[in-house]
Design a protein around this ligand. Structure first.
Ligand SMILES: [Zn+2]
Length: 249
């Protein structure tokens, strides 16, 4: 059986097995953004045999993307990112169904997409999108795996309201400072830094789908220059405008 041959190296893991492989096969993941983070996360999920990946993005492939967005090739420059990503993922694993949602999605579009998925990877590169994705995940009660990277710094957070929260917005009570954040275009980024965080997002997604130990409620911060990781235990903010007690008693 070709599926057994394809996934043998992970089926052999006690934590996956044939049943876990079927769970992945039956799963659907929404990936918001196929830039540096999504470009690392999406092929690992397609390769692992996810049944369905739903991708959304607004960009075209730019020459400056190829330094870190390894889903794309030189010949993709100028192409719509979703079309190029879809071609690349289908070439990797034709058994993985790829659905494309051209962005930008409004709140209703994001909510519908989150409802249709088992979990959501936020691979976007700006705070307004991250907050919108979080609102959709809270409303749809779907786990959110959030990643970010800039300069030599990476950040990975798993948010799961089904386990009592917190949500992404609990982290940033001061929206003004978050919105003033820098971009990679200005501040710079190294390919392996963003690729590592995207890979860890894929790992967190697989673990959540398989029901393995979850890092929900933990924020992990990585300084890639000195190689140090820090873990912060996050608490749900009862006053949070998204998941607070007023919204979700
Ligand atoms: Zn919250």
């Amino acid at each position: 059986m070709s599926a057994l041959a394809r996934y043998r190296r992970q089926i052999v893991l006690r934590e996956v097995g044939v049943n876990g492989q079927q769970l992945l096969r039956d799963s659907s993941v929404l990936i918001v953004g196929v830039g540096g983070l999504g470009s690392a996360a999406a092929p690992y999920l397609a390769g692992a045999g996810l049944g369905r990946l739903v991708l959304t993005d607004i960009d075209r492939v730019d020459l400056s993307n190829l330094q870190r967005q390894l889903l794309y090739r030189q010949a993709d420059v100028g192409r719509d990112k979703l079309a190029a990503a879809s071609d690349s993922l289908r070439a990797l694993n034709p058994d993985c169904e790829i659905e494309l949602l051209p962005g930008p999605l409004d709140d209703a579009g994001l909510l519908a997409a989150a409802r249709g998925a088992d979990l959501v990877l936020d691979c976007s590169d700006n705070f307004p999108t991250r907050f919108a994705v979080n609102r959709a995940c809270v409303a749809a009660r779907k786990p959110l795996v959030s990643g970010a990277a800039i300069r030599f710094e990476g950040q990975l957070g798993v948010f799961d309201l089904r386990r009592g929260g917190p949500c992404y917005a609990c982290l940033y009570p001061d929206l003004d400072s978050a919105e003033a954040a820098e971009t990679c275009e200005e501040a710079g980024i190294l390919g392996p830094v963003v690729g590592t965080i995207g890979s860890l997002q894929a790992l967190s997604a697989i673990k959540l789908l398989l029901g393995l130990a979850s890092e929900a409620g933990t924020l992990r911060l990585w300084n890639a220059l000195d190689g140090q990781w820090r873990s912060l235990k996050l608490r749900r903010d009862p006053q949070c405008p998204v998941c607070g007690l007023a919204q979700h008693p």
